[in-house]
Design a protein around this ligand. Structure first.
Ligand SMILES: Nc1ncnc2c1ncn2[C@@H]1O[C@H](COP(=O)(O)OP(=O)(O)OP(=O)(O)O)[C@@H](O)[C@H]1O
Length: 314
């Protein structure tokens, strides 16, 4: 068991396990991690890996069989009211919006939080504007598209944000422009010191917007990595070059690792970030000498390494 330590504004998850069906389904298995204010943490993993279960345990909907979840030195598990006063959650399923408009749903959340009158209207308008959904504000929930229902659910979770925000697949079904608005909004909340935990299957968004990812596999936490800055883990690149003249390969820089698909006249370079300039210089020279038919440089993605980290099966 790992003893996780952090300061008292961290959310400390310590050796949390949860099984169903008399122990035959292990939803979470000995998960220990500290989540920090100011950080957007993505939880990724296959269907049934235990992502939603972990969120449900943090907010106190599901009680762990073992382990502790503490914030500010107080147990969320023993004090579920305390947990709910500090955690907002956007559930995976749509918020129940039937019979009320988008605006009414957001306003009612603010009322529950004790915000009424002019301030209520102002905060509601602000979030509608931020997510560019104002023009649907007076449409009844059941007449909103799937993406708009998801945006409504996000708006309700963040309009009066708690210190800890749990968001289960917030960008599913949402268009590319508003996906970005959602991530930008989460970044703003992180800058204001909130803890953001985002369950998602969108690995490109994780790479682009999250600070850190936790990879769950069969209920276990198998990877906990930063995705940004000097600690960026995703730093390998692949260069594909289709040649019309194999002779050019004789002057390849020796330090570069290569593979060949001879029948396609294709050479594939696996490159670290530092090797990219040398490889590009070599390709440009070959292009100049008209020995290249086509080329493509891609950075190795989380998506590419994900398959090697999990078996992808429940
Ligand atoms: N109430 C429950 N009763 C029985 N089994 C459950 C219950 N809730 C979750 N499980 C099981 O626990 C495991 C983890 O489920 P969970 O919903 O946490 O996965 P997930 O990673 O969120 O999956 P998805 O990406 O499909 O949403 C699954 O095998 C699931 O079937």
């Amino acid at each position: 068991m790992i003893e996780i330590k952090g300061d008292n504004k961290d959310l400390i998850i310590n050796a949390v396990s949860k099984s169903y069906k008399r122990g035959t389904v292990r939803a979470n298995c000995d998960i220990s991690v500290a989540l920090h204010p100011g950080q957007i943490v993505a939880i990724i993993g296959h269907n049934g890996a235990g992502k939603s279960t972990l969120l449900n345990q943090i907010i106190g909907i599901v009680k762990p069989d073992q382990g502790q979840i503490d914030y500010n030195g107080i147990s969320f598990i023993d004090n579920t009211k305390y947990a709910r006063s500090l955690v907002s959650m956007m559930p995976q399923l749509y918020a129940p919006l039937a019979g009320v408009t988008l605006r009414q749903s957001i306003e009612s959340i603010l009322h529950i939080r004790g915000i009424s009158g002019k301030k209520n209207k102002e905060l509601c308008k602000e979030i509608l504007d931020e997510l560019k959904i104002e023009k649907w504000a007076d449409r009844p929930g059941e007449k909103l598209s799937g993406g708009l229902q998801r945006l409504a659910s996000f708006a309700m979770a963040v309009v009066y944000p708690s210190p800890i925000l749990l968001l289960d697949e917030p960008t599913n079904d949402v268009d590319p422009v508003r996906r970005k608005l959602i991530w930008n909004y989460m970044r703003k909340l992180a800058r204001n010191g909130h803890i953001l935990v985002v369950v998602t299957h969108n690995l490109l968004e994780v790479e682009q917007y999250a600070d850190r990812f936790l990879l769950l596999n069969h209920g276990k936490l198998i990877q906990d990595e930063l995705t940004v800055g000097e600690h960026k883990q995703i730093s390998s690149n692949t260069l594909f070059v289709v040649m019309n003249d194999w002779d050019a390969l004789s002057n390849l820089p020796e330090s570069l690792e290569t593979r060949y698909i001879e029948e396609e006249m294709q050479v594939i370079f696996n490159l670290s970030a530092e090797q990219v300039p040398d490889a590009i210089a070599w390709v440009l020279k070959q292009i100049h000498e008209r020995k290249v038919v086509n080329y493509r440089l891609t950075s190795a993605t989380l998506e590419a390494s994900y398959g090697g980290l999990t078996d992808g099966n429940e």
